[in-house]
Ligand binder design. Structure first.
Ligand code: GLU
Length: 445
């Protein structure tokens, strides 16, 4: 049995009932086969065994009182996965599906994503099975305060810097920051995604969506194409989806779908102008279903289906893990789609990714495509350390440069190991080698 197969078996056995974590680890380890053949020191130093084990995992009770005076109890998580190249960094997800396995998969991905940005950030993730949907502002505030009342002792501007993810936006970051500051009596850059007049960075809200568009432009360039005139299908319409649409429009593309777990809207004219204005707040502020958009503008609502059946040039899953499966991938390819970019974390199943690569589809993996969000988080940390703020244009220019570099590093790493064009392998290899070399330099820790 090969070293990688044996290690993978051990990971599955040691982390039972965590299929998303297994999937994320499997994808990375598979890419590393040619790397360990050329560099046996990665085996002798035990760096692979160490990298798949989180440095620290924290699980805690989050009690709070709802508007009816009833006591509710949620579960909170923070998995501090790897601090070899910088303080732990990664978002918080509030969603009923959250469990330890999901947070571990996200934290593991974050290690390599953060390494790719070129900024000094380790990997972490956290969250809770709390569902912000249908909760009042006061309930969300009380929940966030209770969550931070435990989390504060594990984080800090030089230790671990959380941010948003699904269900955690500007409102939640505000409540979390307020409670942290109150407890520790220090105004510090302990969270990113903060409001603009209390330490936040310009262009942080836009960063993941804009970064996705910049990365797609780089992928297309390799085939002598651009976003201009391209028809694009996307799924989510939260922070990532809405700002991706805005940038794709600026670059001449046309986005024709949005979706949620119940179905999708088809808008053949493209989402722009007052329609995009309406969409911007629909989830991020109002947490309303996608169907509202169809009803408001008299558009077709397709119940119970995913948007991947709509013919497109480019498909961009922007919602959540495993939202695009093998059948969706087959349909996309049959309908002429030539490019798929993962704007969410691990949105394509392993079988779907394999099919895209086999069919020579330009495929951008999540770690690379959606790294724009955490990149501007890293820039927010720099600005906080300097007690200074850059202009929107400065941050946006740095973001673009980072995305172009991530594309370059990933495609070069793929080429170096004879896997030209395979950005999945390239991103994994480039991210891994940076972290692994740092871990080896720091001894057996
Ligand atoms: N949740 C985002 C991600 O998946 C952003 C993390 C951050 O800014 O720390 O990368």
């Amino acid at each position: 049995m090969s070293y990688i197969t044996e290690l993978m078996e051990r990971v599955v056995k040691r982390n039972p009932g965590e299929p998303e974590f297994h999937q994320a680890v499997h994808e990375v380890l598979e890419s590393l086969q040619p790397v360990i053949e050329r560099h046996p020191e990665y085996i002798s130093s035990g760096v692979l065994e160490r990298i798949v084990e989180p440095e620290r995992q924290i699980i805690f009770r989050v009690p709070w009182v709802d508007d009816n005076g009833r006591i509710q109890v949620n579960r909170g998580f923070r998995v501090q996965f790897n601090s070899a190249i910088g303080p732990y960094k990664g978002g918080l997800r509030f969603h009923p599906s959250v469990n330890l396995g999901i947070i571990k998969f996200l934290g593991f991905e974050q290690i390599f994503k953060n390494a790719l940005t070129g900024l000094p950030m380790g990997g972490a993730k956290g969250g809770s099975d709390f569902d912000p949907r249908g909760k009042s502002d006061n309930e969300v505030m009380r929940f966030c305060q209770s969550f931070m009342t435990e989390l504060f002792r594990h984080i800090g501007a030089d230790t671990d810097v959380p941010a948003g993810d699904i269900g955690v936006g500007a409102r939640e970051i505000g409540y979390l920051f307020g409670q942290y500051k109150r407890i520790v009596n220090r105004f510090e850059g302990v969270l990113t995604g903060k409001g603009i007049n209390w330490g936040g960075s310009l262009a942080r809200p836009e960063a993941t969506g804009y970064g996705t568009a910049y990365f797609i432009e780089e992928m297309l360039k390799s085939r002598g194409e651009t976003l201009k005139g391209k028809t694009i299908t996307i799924s989510g319409y939260g922070n990532v989806g809405t700002f991706f649409i805005q940038k794709a429009n600026q670059l001449g593309g046309k986005v024709v779908t949005i979706a949620d777990e119940n179905g999708y809207v088809y808008d053949p004219e493209g989402i722009k102008g007052e329609k995009l204005d309406f969409l911007m707040d629909l989830w991020t502020i109002h947490r309303r279903p996608a169907r509202d958009y169809a009803e408001k503008f008299g558009l077709k609502w397709v119940e119970g289906k995913a948007p991947w059946e709509v013919p497109c040039d480019i498909a961009v899953p922007t919602a959540t893990q495993n939202e695009l499966n093998l059948q969706n991938a087959q349909e996309l390819i049959a309908n002429g789609c030539t490019c798929v970019a993962e704007a969410a974390n691990m949105p394509c199943t392993a079988e779907a990714v394999e099919l895209f690569l086999k069919n020579n589809i330009l495929f951008g993996p999540a770690k690379a495509v959606n790294a724009g969000g955490v990149s501007v988080s890293g820039l927010e940390m720099s600005q906080n350390s300097m007690r200074y703020s850059w202009s929107f244009e400065e941050v946006d220019a740095k973001l673009k440069e980072i995305m172009v570099n991530i594309y370059r590093k990933s495609s070069e790493a793929a080429r170096e190991y004879g896997l030209e064009g395979n950005l999945v392998a390239g991103a994994n290899i480039a991210g891994f080698t940076k972290v692994a070399d740092a871990m080896m330099a720091q001894g057996i820790v």
